[in-house]
Design a protein around this ligand. Structure first.
Ligand SMILES: *Cc1c(COP(=O)(O)O)cnc(C)c1O
Length: 356
């Protein structure tokens, strides 16, 4: 039986993407070859890469606005250092918002390249909210933030206006809700949260911010090299890029980001309403900052844990355990998780209340 998959990443993808991917592994485009054995320079794969890059910009509303989309390797974690390498000026400084574990990992890498100013942090409250009311130094090479804090279940609902380029790690909420993506100069996201399987990282960059650091950048880490080679500087992760394309096609067919946002809001509403109504549960994130992608919550009385865990497992739910740094539960409700799966979880929460 197909599980209700609440895993935080890698995570659920649309069922039809699994099916189409499986078919392509056996025979890609009726070529008599598997997607796993074709050359990345073959006509069929060049078309995949071209369509994937174009569809990213189309879905984000960034066509013809000076942006390039790249499918790289190394995960979002490699972008933690590629960003300062490519955008922090030699002897310059960069500004960061410390809103969670991933933000703090990005800060750690930036420090290898120069002065790294942390404009605000919610670390002392175990990152239970998004810091607000901070000042970004006017002379920063860029400002970096994390739109959705996957581990702590908080999400930025607005972004600061900055003179400096605005750079965002959107690994866990890209393509989940309509925002003005043109306010960002660089966006990156590991595919495995909302776009595809693990193995590729999407980078969307406004070309005009590149080439200004005064630094020599090794080719493989240089965004301009990847752009000039149309995201084929070296062998790209062929299969993850293909499965990401299928997921993006699924999203477009559904009506794009505006359509999925409605579904995501309905799922989040359903679950948070139950967390707030049910006296056995309590949410861990500040209400105004709650993430529509990752809902974090605890049992008020830990004595109910064994019963609750047995109940959700019996209901076919998987991947609900919270991250060790928060404890409790984390329900990741990425684009491909159906509303019905959230209803199953809410029913289990109600049953627990009625049976205790
Ligand atoms: C998962 C995650 C990362 C790390 O991604 P990798 O691809 O494993 O390097 C970075 N940032 C955020 C917000 C994440 O959710």
């Amino acid at each position: 039986m197909k599980k209700h998959n609440y895993s935080a990443g890698p995570c659920i993808l649309p069922q039809e993407v699994f099916k189409q991917s499986a078919e392509a592994i056996l025979d890609f485009n009726n070529s008599g070859l598997s997607i796993l054995e074709i050359s990345h320079r073959s006509k069929d794969f060049l078309a995949v890469m071209e369509e994937a890059r174009a569809l990213v910009l189309e879905l984000l509303g960034l066509e013809g606005k000076g942006y390039q989309a790249l499918f790289l390797s190394g995960g979002a974690s490699l972008e933690f250092l590629m960003v300062p390498y490519n955008v922090m000026k030699v002897d310059g400084k960069a500004a960061y918002l410390d809103s969670g574990t991933w933000a703090s990992s990005a800060i750690k890498e930036a420090k290898h390249f120069g002065e790294t100013v942390v404009v605000a942090s919610s670390k002392s409250e175990n990152y239970n909210h998004i810091p607000k009311n901070y000042t970004i130094p006017a002379d920063a090479s860029y400002f970096h933030c994390t739109s959705n804090n996957t581990i702590f279940g908080t999400q930025m609902k607005s972004f600061p206006k900055t003179a400096a380029p605005l750079i965002c790690d959107m690994s866990s909420d890209i393509f989940s809700k309509a925002i003005d993506f043109s306010q960002f100069d660089l966006i990156y996201a590991g595919a495995q949260k909302n776009m595809g399987p693990a193995g590729t990282t999407l980078v969307v960059v406004k070309e005009e911010i590149l080439g200004k650091t005064g630094r020599t950048i090794p080719s493989i880490l240089d965004y301009q090299q990847h752009i000039s080679k149309e995201s084929m500087y070296n062998t790209p992760p062929v299969f993850p890029v293909y499965a990401s394309l299928l997921t993006l096609q699924w999203l477009k067919k559904l009506g794009g980001i505006a359509a999925i946002e409605k579904i995501n809001d309905a799922k989040a509403n359903l679950l948070y309403t139950e967390i707030d109504r049910n006296p056995l549960f309590i949410g861990t994130a500040a209400k105004e900052d709650r993430s529509t992608m990752n809902a974090t919550f605890l049992l008020v009385n830990e004595a109910h844990q064994e019963t609750f865990d047995a109940m959700w497992k019996a209901a076919g739910i998987s991947g609900l355990a919270g991250h060790r740094s928060v404890g409790g539960y984390r329900a990741s409700m990425y684009n491909a998780l159906p509303l019905e799966s959230v209803q199953v979880l809410v029913d289990v929460m109600r049953n627990l209340e009625n049976n205790i």
